[in-house]
Design a protein around this ligand. Structure first.
Ligand code: NI
Length: 249
């Protein structure tokens, strides 16, 4: 069930049987010459929607602009400062907690969000730890899961793309967006075939080291059929993981 498509009595009824909710977290940033700027938001959203057909789960709106300062050298990228994102995640979590949700499953699509999300969780826990003694507020459990981190997904990527998978604008994430939106498929030659790898700091540094936006990948290998398989693999594992999280004490 999507929160945006539910009525308040439906959410109230859901809370009678579960206090767990999924929050897809993405980013709005360049994904190389043939990747959609919405890739990191689209992937967790599409996979979560598929998972919600497999098991009962409530899906909050997608947090779709993340921490992407290093991509700002490319047209169309948008970012929140880490401090802004921490504050916004805190308010999203507090809003849901106000209604009784106490298991927040953050389903992430962008590696650059990880450190900031973990800091946001510390902010959420600190708010309770520093609260008035005896206030007896319930604690929140926050879980961060990246859509690509399930074993069957990792195995598929290794077997299908090998050393051409890379770490940004990967063929797997581009394939998922093509499967979700076939009209947006872009045919673009890659030069060199596999992009360079390495570390980066700010937007200028990133653009100088990775001129077309990719890191270590050849996203011309992205195929709709593989994207469909990746959605199934990740959604199946995610549904199981969410069920366990929802029951966890
Ligand atoms: Ni990405």
């Amino acid at each position: 069930m999507l929160l945006h498509h539910a009525s308040w009595p439906e959410v109230e009824a859901y809370l009678e049987r579960s206090k767990a909710v999924v929050i897809p977290v993405g980013s709005t940033e360049q994904h190389g010459p043939n990747g959609l700027i919405g890739t990191d938001a689209i992937c967790p959203e599409v996979i979560a929607k598929r998972a919600s057909e497999l098991t009962n789960m409530l899906i909050a709106p997608t947090f779709n602009v993340g921490m992407a300062q290093h991509h700002m050298g490319f047209s169309g990228s948008m970012t929140l400062r880490p401090s802004t994102m921490i504050a916004a995640i805190f308010d999203w979590a507090s809003s849901l907690a106000r209604h009784g949700f106490d298991r927040l499953y953050f389903f992430n699509g962008h590696g650059g969000n990880i450190a900031t999300l973990q800091s946001a969780f510390s902010e959420i826990h600190a708010d309770r730890s520093l609260g008035r003694p005896g206030a007896n507020r319930e604690g929140l459990q926050c879980k961060l899961v990246n859509w690509w981190d399930f074993r069957p997904v990792l195995d598929f990527c290794r077997e299908t793309y090998g050393s051409a998978h890379g770490s940004h604008a990967t063929p797997s994430e581009v394939a998922i967006t093509y499967a979700a939106f076939p009209h947006a498929v872009k045919e673009t030659a890659m030069e060199p075939a596999i992009a360079p790898s390495g570390r980066f700091t700010d937007a200028e540094d990133y653009r100088a080291k990775f001129p077309d936006g990719r890191i270590g990948s050849d996203p011309s290998l992205a195929r709709i059929e593989d994207g469909k398989k990746l959605i199934e693999l990740s959604a199946t594992a995610m549904a199981r993981d969410f069920e366990a999280f929802a029951k966890q004490q």
